[in-house]
Design a protein. Structure first.
Length: 98
């Protein structure tokens, strides 16, 4: 969620995972620097939350345990200066190949 010019934070919450293919189809979402920090890990339960500062820029890593189709759903929320709290969700689809 982007709010150009507004000093706000947003939160992204892991809501669910649907995997089609062999194996468990787990995923992990993390960054390496300055210390390895895991933000989302589907081996525990949904509900992990990542708070992002407006204007921040971080390169994250995505890892998958098994090939197949992974649909990952996130809830997104943020407080907009004029429009108040904005809430939504988005599902991302990944084709994981060996």
């Amino acid at each position: 969620m982007e709010f150009p010019g507004d000093p706000v934070n947003s939160e992204t919450t892991f809501s669910g995972l649907n995997h089609t293919g062999p194996g468990a189809g787990e995923f992990i979402f993390w960054f390496d620097s300055p210390v390895e920090t895991v933000h989302f890990d589907s081996t525990d339960r949904p509900g992990d939350t990542l708070t992002s500062l407006t204007g921040s820029h971080i390169h994250y890593n995505w890892g998958f345990s098994d090939p197949g189709t992974c649909e990952i759903t996130f809830g997104i929320s943020g407080e907009h200066v004029i429009d108040g709290m904005q809430v939504g969700s988005q599902t991302y689809t990944f084709q994981v190949v060996p």
